[in-house]
Design a protein around this ligand. Structure first.
Ligand code: ADP
Length: 626
């Protein structure tokens, strides 16, 4: 029989498949199994609807047989099969979606991506084979046909014998090279692993057939061989099983197996939808962040299946960044198997699924926060920082989604609280949410500036994470209430009389303060009295948007980000030190210099900052003591 030629695009693709240096060759098996499963589906539905046969679901199977001596793998199904015309048209050209793709774009550049994400169906068999033979008999037809191809020059089709309907594909593996051991695919263990990895949830049984050594009771080979034939796939995806049939144990072991976690998940989320787009999703929130979670190596995404066939291992588009900790699978019959990543991204059905999934995760977290507070705090400890990043991302546009999921330590409750809880307790006339920053809770509580705020009966949120203050700045307002750092210079809790008295005291001491500022130098913008301190003599206060905390974070981020906070040294107007300073200014400028430096150092220490000159400082204090 004369050789037939491949259509041009198919030839290009075939060429690339044959010569591809692509490393993910193993997907050929997934592709062929999924074709087999489709062919069975077709026949099964036809028999259901037309009553053309009395085949039942149990009659269908896929068989993979290994023949190491002949270096070949046979994949057999008892699905609808193909006629000679169908063999020609189906295997002579690549699937329409793939064809379009190749006409649109540079095929060379696209190749790796296309194969990587979706494979290209039947053609992927040429990544591992030097010759492929397809024997097929269409259901209801008398005649079987053999399609044969060993390379670019074309293929042939000829009549042959076959007992039953269905298709049998024989792959003659390429010779092993230094880089690739194709003969690995003749190892039962390797094939079992591939079936479990890619095709576990195919709904028909996949049998693996091979010859195995027989062992005696002592574990010695007897020299005899036996034929092994075992089902390798679990068949029903756990996410399609009736929840009433499943216990926590089943979900947990599925999660641990699939996502390689040594411990069970913190929380499981099941979701499904029907309608404009139908899907089943099974998602998990891990107990702890993976080791590489906050590093570059971490990849977000859910496994994407269509009809039980894995089409993408980490579909990033299904999860927003701020929920990137979620692991899981999504299975939708509405997505097509052979479509590139780019086309899938634009798929409105995928976008719809992803929006629904985001809503579902959020509502699950809200429920947990409401009903299982301790568990939520465990979650928050592991992944709260990611939610905070989410608020700062994209110019704050996710604020509404995330703000009520945040927790901060409260001076009032002495535990983590939500902004809502703070808001609901706010005093009448309180128009701002007070917070204090420090490296630890202790440092926050020791801040002198907290005294007055607490004295007036206001609750303070203690922020101990470097991202916290950014989060508040990004949010701007919560329920129309602003955020105020208790260390900010515009913290205004005094009565009109108190303010007037303070202004007068400051005016009278203007010369003293000028002298003190000169002693300290550029690090402070000014010195002044304050009435916001109770027992502490001094504190440092920041002026404007950039607090000391933010300036510190920026400095650690690198030179180009350096920002200076505008700091004021404030002196407790009621403290005996105030009079002492006035006195020294009149009588002993030398001592004033030393006192000023010591006070400034104290203010830095209380504010959680380092002192610039600890040795010099110690000496000064010692001098005063003796
Ligand atoms: P796709 O599966 O995306 O359509 P393939 O290149 O894998 O692309 O297959 C092309 C066509 O060949 C399929 O659409 C199907 O009609 C036919 N085909 C492939 N494998 C089989 C099979 N095992 N049984 C019946 N038909 C098959």
């Amino acid at each position: 029989m004369a050789k037939r030629k491949f259509k041009t695009e198919s030839q290009k693709l075939l060429d690339m498949m044959i010569n591809s240096i692509y490393t993910n060759r193993e997907i050929f098996l997934r592709e062929l199994i999924s074709n087999a499963s489709d062919a069975i589906d077709k026949l099964y539905y036809r028999s259901l609807n037309d009553g053309i046969s009395n085949l039942s679901r149990e009659d269908f199977r896929i068989d993979i047989t290994l023949h190491p001596e002949q270096r070949c793998i046979v994949i057999r199904d008892n699905g609808c099969g193909m006629t000679a015309e169908e063999l020609d048209s189906n295997l002579g050209v690549i699937a329409a979606s793939g064809t379009q793709k190749f006409q649109q774009e540079d095929p060379e550049a696209e190749c790796a991506g296309l194969i990587g994400q979706f494979g290209i169906g039947f053609y992927s068999s040429f990544m591992v084979s030097q010759k492929v033979e397809v024997v097929s008999k269409a259901y209801g037809s008398e005649q079987a046909n053999r399609w044969k191809c060993s390379g670019l020059d074309g293929y042939s089709i000829e009549p042959c014998e076959k007992d039953t309907h269905g298709t049998e594909i024989t792959l003659y593996l390429k010779e092993d090279s230094e880089e690739v051991r194709y003969s690995d695919f003749l190892e039962p263990f390797r094939i079992t692993t591939l079936i479990k990895k890619y095709s576990d949830y195919i709904s028909y049984p996949i049998y693996l057939n091979y010859e195995s050594d027989v062992y005696d009771e002592k574990g010695q080979k007897t020299g005899e061989k036996e034929q092994v034939c075992k089902v390798q796939n679990s068949m029903i995806p756990i996410w399609r099983k009736n929840p009433s049939e499943l216990d926590t144990e089943a979900y947990n072991s599925f999660y641990q197996d699939k996502f390689h976690d040594y411990q069970p998940p913190l929380h499981m989320i099941r979701a499904s939808a029907e309608g404009r787009v139908s899907y089943d999703a099974l998602m998990f929130i891990p107990k702890e962040a993976p080791l590489n979670y906050y590093g570059r190596g971490y990849e977000k995404g859910l496994q994407l299946y269509t009809n039980g066939v894995l089409i993408m291992d980490k579909c990033a588009d299904l999860l927003p960044d701020y929920f990137n900790f979620v692991q899981g699978v999504v299975d939708s019959a509405d997505l097509s198997l052979n479509v590139s990543r780019e086309l899938l991204q634009q798929d409105s059905r995928l976008q719809l699924i992803s929006r629904n999934i985001e809503k579902k995760i959020r509502s699950e977290l809200e429920k947990m926060l409401k009903n299982e507070r301790e568990k939520y705090e465990e979650f928050y400890n592991a992944f709260g920082l990611q939610l905070k990043f989410g608020i700062c991302q994209d110019f704050g546009q996710h604020k509404e989604v995330l703000q009520d999921l945040l927790l901060f330590y409260s001076s009032y409750e002495k535990k983590l609280v939500t902004l809502k809880e703070y808001f609901e307790r706010m005093k009448e006339g309180q128009d701002t949410i007070y917070y204090a920053c420090g490296e630890t809770l202790d440092k926050c509580t020791l801040l002198p500036q907290t005294e007055q705020v607490l004295d007036k009966g206001y609750e303070i949120l203690y922020l101990t994470n470097y991202a916290d203050e950014f989060v508040f700045q990004m949010m701007g307002l919560y329920e129309q209430k602003s955020f105020t750092n208790v260390c900010a210079d515009d913290l205004d809790l005094a009565t009109e009389e108190e303010k007037a008295a303070l202004a007068q005291a400051n005016e009278q001491a203007a010369d003293l303060f000028k002298a003190m500022q000169e002693i300290i130098g550029e690090e402070v913008e000014g010195v002044r009295f304050t009435n916001k301190l109770k027992k502490f003599p001094v504190c440092l206060t920041s002026e404007g948007e950039i607090s000391a905390g933010i300036a510190k974070v920026m400095t650690t981020l690198g030179k180009e980000n350096q920002l200076k906070a505008h700091m004021l040294l404030e002196i407790n107007a009621e403290h005996p030190i105030a009079d002492k300073l006035r006195n020294l200014y009149e009588n002993d400028r030398d001592k004033l210099a030393r006192y000023t430096q010591i006070l400034y150092a104290q203010a830095r220490l209380i504010g959680g900052m380092e002192v610039n000159n600890p040795a010099e400082l110690t000496e000064m204090i010692c001098d005063l003591m003796v």
